[in-house]
Design a protein around this ligand. Structure first.
Ligand code: UD1
Ligand code: CA
Length: 455
């Protein structure tokens, strides 16, 4: 099958009014990726070499988005929504290029798995003209029913056109199908709109092909993989299913998730074996975690790279560009952005490190802040190997702390510190013997005088 060429035609011209959104429905994300991008990924995994997206509502926004996740896809605008067959024909030009297989898919069915698509393509390789992907939903109401006779698929009947007997059929049309490339346009051009909705139904090609004596079959996919998204409750349901699958995949690949149902992955999270993830951790896009790391509870991580044996959290925030090298530690209530924390360095408590390098083995005390922004531009802080920054220090960038430099607690450092130097950036302490007691007595008598005056 691998040498057969394949065009995936993805229908996404629907308005998606039930999402109640200014954004086209299929751009709503699952695991941080637009649902139509999940569909594209599945098509590619099933061997699609060409991609044609049929769009309507929000065409400009769609084109821009598609450019990001499927730069090679061609887009076609379906001006009027006259039905699924009409929508496929909007991509006539792409289909006419002559592919072996045409895979028709829906942009709002994000959990479709590549195996179900490949199974339908396999039927074409074995000689079928049309292979429809069927499924058995718990409640078939609203779906097209697959009407089979003697192991062959003879028709798909939309709910509105079904007889009472046909409505009892549980095997339904998931909506997606594979059609032989050399038959597709001819069959689609024969579709009429003489039905309850007055639409051109893609599903009619089943009867048309059957009448010509062509081989038409149904394959079966899981209910989940055919789940269509129409509103935000279904979007959340799909997110839940996706997360459950991904958590399981991570655990089977050697990652410990103590409370898997509380850990959220992004579509592109990479995480190595023997890493332990405590409860309530969020991975945004662009995260790479090596093996043997510990991600403690309530950490929020995106766009970050975490090397082996690092220790992160609890309550750590790693933002884009955070790059933790082996055995680095970023502890509670610390935020790291666009900064490298080199091998074995420690940023343990209540700290902000942004636009910086923290050298190997350096120790950053509690409450340290890199002051990287003056309201207009960002500046870099370079902290050398083995440096020690005392608690509650402000490092005003641009600034360099040399190797082994030592910053006294509570400093505001505005000038670079050479290697092995000690820097104080604070007022010297004054201690006045007996003055504390004197002050307390003065305040007490003043308060008493005030009280008497009020009586
Ligand atoms: C369709 C199937 C039905 C199946 C169900 C599965 C047909 C005629 N019916 O019904 O058998 O059980 O899906 O969910 O195919 N679209 C366009 N342009 C159009 C019409 C539709 O792009 O003119 C797109 C929609 O955006 C959507 C997809 O095609 O992504 C399906 O259309 P929809 O109207 O939702 O079809 P259903 O009535 O659900
Ligand atoms: Ca639908």
């Amino acid at each position: 099958m691998s040498q057969r060429s394949c065009l995936s035609v993805i229908l996404a011209a629907g308005e998606g009014t039930r999402m109640k959104s200014a954004m086209p429905k299929v751009l709503h994300a699952i695991a941080g990726l637009p649902m139509v991008a999940h569909v594209v990924k599945a098509a590619e995994a099933a061997g699609a070499t060409g991609l044609a997206l049929v769009i309507g509502h929000g065409a400009d926004e769609m084109r821009k988005a598609v450019q990001k996740f499927a730069p090679k896809a061609e887009t076609f605008v379906q001006e009027k929504r006259l039905g699924t067959a009409h929508a496929v024909l909007a991509a006539r030009e792409a289909i006419a290029k002559g592919y072996d297989d045409i895979l028709v898919m829906f942009g709002d069915t994000p959990l479709i798995d590549a195996a179900a698509l490949a199974a339908a393509r396999q039927k074409l390789a074995e000689g079928a003209a049309v292979a429809v992907i069927g499924f058995r939903p718990p409640n078939p109401t609203g779906y097209g029913r697959l009407i089979e006779k003697g192991g062959r698929l003879v028709a798909i009947r939309e709910e509105k056109d079904c007889s009472e007997a046909e409505k009892k059929i549980g095997f339904c049309n998931a909506g997606m199908m594979a059609v032989a490339g050399n038959q597709a346009l001819r069959l689609l051009d024969k579709v009429g709109n003489n039905n309850a909705k007055g639409e051109f139904y893609l599903t009619d090609i089943v009867e048309i092909a059957g009448a010509e004596g062509l081989d038409v079959v149904a394959t079966e996919a899981s209910f989940e993989s055919a789940l269509g998204i129409n509103n935000r409750a279904e979007l959340a349901e799909a997110e839940g299913i996706w997360q459950t699958r991904r958590r399981r995949e991570a655990m089977l690949a050697g990652v410990t998730l103590i409370a898997p149902e509380t850990v959220y992955f992004s579509h592109d999270t990479e995480i190595g074996a023997d890493t332990i993830v405590e409860p309530n951790v969020w991975f945004g896009p662009g995260v790479k975690i090596a093996s043997g790391a510990k991600i403690h509870a309530f950490s929020h991580i995106e766009g970050a790279t975490v090397a082996s044996y690092c220790d992160v959290g609890p309550f750590a925030r790693l933002r884009p560009g955070a790059d933790l090298r082996q055995r680095a530690k970023v502890g509670n209530f610390c935020e790291v952005k666009q900064a490298t924390i080199e091998e074995g360095a420690k940023v343990n408590h209540l700290t902000y490190i942004g636009d910086a390098r923290v050298g190997a083995g350096a120790n950053i005390g509690a409450g340290t802040i890199t002051c990287n922004y003056d309201g207009f531009s960002k500046f870099f802080t370079d902290i050398g190997e083995g440096a020690f920054v005392g608690s509650n220090s402000a490092l005003v960038a641009p600034i360099t702390i040399g190797k082994g430099g030592y910053i006294a607690s509570g400093s505001v450092i505005t000038e670079s510190v050479p290697d092995d130097a000690l820097a104080f950036g604070r007022a010297r302490q004054k201690t006045l013997p007996g003055k504390g007691k004197e002050l307390r007595e003065r305040f007490a008598s003043a308060a008493a005088a005030k009280k008497r005056a009020a009586e």
